[in-house]
Design a protein around this ligand. Structure first.
Ligand SMILES: *[C@@H]1O[C@H](CO)[C@@H](O)[C@H](O)[C@H]1NC(C)=O
Length: 263
């Protein structure tokens, strides 16, 4: 009888205590939930140029030329060289379609290679640094010596001049040292291949076409990372809650015993 009286009194008290104890115990431990482990620091970045071009935009024609001439190895080798890097100017498929005269179809293998190599600088340039090239004068391309490009900074827009082709950078496809890939409006035609008998410039080029930065692979990557860290942290917080639950029970058991002794 004595025992059940004790129990009758201590049980509601115990319930009250349990809710108090739970609030007290669980909130400090909630603050201790470990933050998600940061992603490991990236090693020397390997950028697969062919893959990037294949997913980033309508650059299949340029990629086909890179592969048919085997110059993709030259480009990739330069991209792998983290001391220098590479800056690639990639024309959209449309730019190749628009190329009527002169066309690339009459070129011999060496000339075609030179034209493709003409679309890259043997060094990584961030977009801002590209504007600074205007003060340097003609810049040598991957095609070598006399294959130079002129750069001008037109209040933030980078314009390129090869003699035959006057174009501009219309979007940054990828720009992380040591690899930069910028989209240009036109195929770059070097004087060293097509001669200096350049027809007068026609009416100004229509419509700017600035496509959104097409950095799909890295966006997908970070999304994947985000998902994995999220699941990590939720499992670890579940763990913490279980732990605090056990602690709450221990506290309650002690309290319960203590109450029973008092009453
Ligand atoms: C570039 O580096 C990658 C990764 O280290 C390697 O697999 C590839 O063969 C290299 N390519 C060239 C052309 O140097």
């Amino acid at each position: 009888m004595e025992f059940s009286r004790n129990f009758m009194i201590s049980f509601p008290v115990l319930l009250l205590c349990s809710s108090l104890a739970y609030g007290q115990v669980s909130s400090p431990t909630a603050a201790v939930i470990p933050t998600p482990t940061p992603a490991p620091a990236p090693g020397p970045a390997f950028v697969n140029v062919a893959y990037l071009l294949s997913v980033a935009g309508p650059y299949q024609t340029f990629l086909n030329y890179l592969e048919s001439t085997k110059l993709i190895d030259t480009f990739q080798n330069q991209a792998n060289d983290s001391d220098h890097g590479i800056t690639i100017f990639v024309p959209k498929d449309d730019a190749f379609k628009a190329l009527k005269k002169p066309s690339l179809s009459n070129l011999n293998d060496d000339q075609l290679k030179s034209v493709i190599l003409f679309h890259a600088l043997p060094k990584y340039y961030a977009l801002a640094d590209l504007s600074d090239l205007s003060s340097i004068g003609p810049v040598s391309t991957l095609a070598g010596g006399q294959f130079t490009l002129g750069f001008t900074d037109d209040s933030g827009t980078v314009r390129l001049d090869s003699g035959w082709s006057k174009t501009k950078v219309t979007s940054a496809v990828h720009s992380t040292d040591p690899v930069a890939i910028y989209q240009v409006d036109k195929v770059l035609l070097p004087e060293a291949v097509f001669g200096t008998d350049i027809p007068p410039t026609p009416a100004p080029a229509p419509a700017t076409d600035i496509s959104p930065s097409a950095d799909t692979p890295s966006a997908a990557e970070s999304k994947e990372n985000g998902l994995s860290t999220k699941s990590d942290s939720s499992s670890s917080s579940a763990h913490t809650i279980m732990k605090s639950d056990i602690r709450t029970r221990v506290v309650l058991a002690v309290l319960g015993g203590w109450m029973a002794m008092i009453f």
